[in-house]
Design a protein around this ligand. Structure first.
Ligand code: PHE
Length: 398
């Protein structure tokens, strides 16, 4: 696509949001005008502070992008309604990468070069955060991923931050849950090798599971967009595992769980945050999802005042919809950014970056602090499915 032709860049200002309350936040808005010479963050005064968000609003992982964006937009609106940051409004530019490889680089370059954003927010999927990180790093623009968990995302450099835990922790907690709570010793691993996330989590889970005396009796692979998993599942069934770990995203996971049950595989199946989407239940069906478990970042029944306030505001803003982990982390990515701008007393990217390092903020998903690698160690939650509904099981501290 031509970098000069924005496909979907929209402004989220109080006025635009107020005008669009009845519709989805990215529909019916005006394309961004942000031409050359747009006031970036460096300019003091009263100009809006430009923030760019790249997200998967359509395509295979659309629910990730939609949820995350809804949380992000809500936080921007709330901050602006309360007067903005340093007396200036936050102006959110956001653009859809259609869940497609390559698009995020184009979008983020445009945000930086044309719109003069002071920071970039995104993405949910690690693979797409890994694409955009080097662009932000080269330009010295801080990037905050709300929910990418692959460790390599922040290894790109000192401009890349995240407000969530990483997959070495997630792999370990899934392994521990499988060993201790499910009491499994011999498991199968069936992983998405086409995503940085799936392949990484496979490794971290396998290392942790075998380190505690467990055994991986069979390993099978699939790729994103595959639809028929019966050959691999038949091989898994033949090895007679006590459980199956499936590190992947909800579309394929939903089909895998469904097809496994059709083949008569009844053992527990489990995975990580990539499972999280209402579509999982639609694709697999509630019956097939009995005896399945996944870890994630947030549960809407979390009992902190910040979580309750966020859940209520999100429901009010989005027609009663219950927020998921992506929404909570999208929301928190904005709060962390605004907090850094306030503490820096400046919207200059270098100063924001320096302030982000010392983040310590309690928000919707819990307390966010940055470790030395710019990751945010946080508790995880484990979810199961009962009667066709997600059910909170337990919290796991970092
Ligand atoms: N952690 C996943 C990744 O890195 C993305 C994700 C986050 C999915 C939160 C669901 C919920 O790719």
């Amino acid at each position: 696509m031509n970098a000069a032709q924005p496909r979907r860049t929209f402004l989220t200002t109080v006025a635009a949001a107020a005008a669009a309350t009845a519709v989805l936040p990215w529909s019916g808005c005006k394309p961004s005008e942000g031409g050359s010479g747009a006031a970036g963050g460096g300019a003091p005064g009263t100009e809006p502070i430009q923030v760019g968000e790249f997200c998967s609003l359509t395509g295979t992982e659309a629910t990730f992008g939609v949820s995350s964006h809804e949380g992000t937009a809500l936080a921007i609106e709330e901050i602006n309604q309360a007067g903005g940051v340093l007396g200036r409004k936050l102006q959110l530019l956001h653009e859809d990468n259609r869940s497609t490889a390559g698009e995020s680089v184009t979008i983020v370059k445009k945000f930086i070069n044309r719109d003069k954003v002071v920071a970039v927010l995104g993405e949910v999927a690690s693979g797409r955060s890994l694409e955009a990180g080097p662009v932000c790093q080269a330009a010295g623009i801080p990037m905050i991923s709300p929910s990418s968990t692959n460790p390599k995302v922040t290894e790109v450099g000192d401009c890349v931050f995240r407000v969530c835990f990483t997959d070495p922790f997630q792999g370990r907690l899934i392994a521990e849950f499988a060993r201790k709570s499910l009491k499994l010793s011999r498991v199968a691993v069936f992983s998405d090798v086409s995503s940085a996330y799936g392949d990484g989590l496979r490794q971290y889970f396998s290392d942790a599971f075998t380190a505690t005396g467990g055994q991986i009796v069979v390993q099978q692979k699939y790729s994103s967009k595959d639809k028929d998993f019966k050959a691999q599942l038949t091989a898994i069934k033949a090895a007679n595992p006590e459980g199956i770990c499936v590190p992947g995203y909800y579309n394929e996971v939903g089909l895998i769980v469904k097809q496994a049950r059709e083949l008569g595989i009844t053992v527990p199946m489990f995975g990580g945050d990539g499972w999280e989407a209402p579509e999982l239940i639609q694709i697999a069906g509630g019956e097939a999802l009995k005896n399945t478990y996944y870890s994630t970042h947030f549960s809407p029944i979390q009992d902190t005042p910040e979580a309750k306030k966020f859940v209520a505001a999100y429901k009010a803003r989005y027609n009663g919809k219950t927020p998921d982990a992506m929404a909570a982390l999208g929301y928190d990515s904005v709060l962390v950014l605004a907090d850094a701008i306030r503490r820096a007393a400046s919207a200059e990217p270098a100063k924001i970056k320096a302030a982000l390092v010392t983040t310590d903020l309690v928000a919707a998903s819990g307390r966010t602090r940055m470790d030395a690698q710019r990751n945010a160690p946080k508790a995880a939650v484990i979810i199961t499915v009962e009667d066709g509904k997600f059910k909170f099981l337990q919290t796991v501290e970092p």
